[in-house]
Design a protein around this ligand. Structure first.
Ligand SMILES: [Ca+2]
Ligand SMILES: [Ca+2]
Length: 334
């Protein structure tokens, strides 16, 4: 099939390709591509199989280049053998469906296989960053195993339209996650409070103009929803990473604490005057890894300065252990 598609490159290559960002440009900001109804040619890498997001027949999948991503849609197009990492030349009509910008090829001859440069790395969402028009169609990731940051399931997955919807906190921004039924992804084990590393394509479902809301994350595979369960060593310890940190620009710090299974832990934040200003764990069984965003127990930002993290562990026989770490809430100088 690929060699057949390669032959078609000569045909597709005749048209001058534009970038995906140029194809989906929306200068007037109404959420509708300005080239709607026009035929364009792009060259972009697939981030999933052609039928992964199609409902029953045809193709619906995503491609992206260095500038942007886009949905490729054709309700009666035959499927063809490409997968994540394959570079395609695609000619089609610019369209829009509930805010989702699409390119709609007219037939198999509108595809050309250009090679397999490999799947792009997901765009790393910053803490507090949501999906926006610029990120629609691109492979995204919320939470980052490399830095120990995660997103937290906020709502129980709810059955909807043959799939599931749930929300997940990325810092203080709620991501709407749409688990499409066609992906076969199970939502077992997902409930509020569960931490995940989330990968998926930026999507949109907004049924009313202007089409500037309703952004989603669309996981492709089961492995795109990775449940994060920190493994904490069984010796009594407290570790603080990412300090000093500047909460005013959305930074948070990471704290790990733990000890023997029999211990219960209380973790508090003490200010310079010796007052407890935040209680991050209260007689909790088992260690944990958590983020602290520099707020007190009333969710108010604390003044800049040094603070003491105080970990208390109480054993079954009532024996009490304590340890401390100094952390610094900083400000960013303009
Ligand atoms: Ca427009
Ligand atoms: Ca859109």
């Amino acid at each position: 099939m690929r060699s057949f598609l390669a032959l078609l490159v000569a045909l597709a290559g005749g048209a001058c390709a534009m970038t995906v960002a140029e194809a989906r440009a929306d200068a007037d900001g109404d959420g509708v591509p300005d080239l709607i109804g026009q035929i364009v040619t792009i060259e972009a890498v697939a981030t999933c199989e052609p039928t992964l997001f199609s409902s029953g027949s045809g193709v619906s999948f995503y491609v992206q280049d260095e500038t942007a991503g886009i949905n490729v849609f054709g309700w009666d197009l035959p499927a063809f053998e490409i997968g994540p990492g394959d570079l395609l030349a695609i000619t089609g009509t610019m369209a829009q469906y509930n805010g989702l910008t699409e390119i709609e090829p007219g037939g198999s001859a509108d595809y050309g296989y250009l090679g397999s440069p490999g799947a792009p790395d997901p765009w790393q969402l910053a803490r507090h960053q949501g999906v926006s028009e610029e990120l629609e169609g691109m492979l995204l990731r919320g939470g980052n195993p490399a830095t120990g940051q995660w997103v937290t399931v906020a709502t129980q997955p709810a059955l909807s339209g043959g799939g599931y919807n749930f929300e997940a906190w990325n810092g203080e921004v709620a991501l709407a996650v749409r688990v499409n039924g066609s992906t076969g992804i199970s939502v077992a084990g997902l409930e509020p409070g569960v931490r995940i590393f989330l990968t998926g394509i930026g999507g949109q479902y907004d049924s009313d103009p202007p089409y500037t809301s309703g952004y989603q994350v669309l996981p492709r595979y089961q492995s795109d929803i990775e449940i994060y369960t920190p493994s904490v060593p069984g010796y009594f310890h407290l570790e603080a990473a990412g300090t000093p940190f500047a909460p005013s620009i959305g930074e948070a710090m990471q704290i790990e604490y733990g000890g023997p299974d029999s211990m219960r832990f209380t973790l508090t934040v003490i200010d310079r005057a010796g007052r407890e200003v935040a209680r991050l764990a209260d007689s909790r069984a088992g260690g944990d890894v958590l983020e602290w965003d520099g707020t007190d127990d009333y969710d108010q930002p604390l003044p800049m300065g040094p603070y003491i993290l105080l970990l208390e562990g109480v054993d079954l026989d009532g024996e009490r252990y304590t340890t401390t770490e100094t952390v610094v809430v900083a400000a960013v100088l303009e």
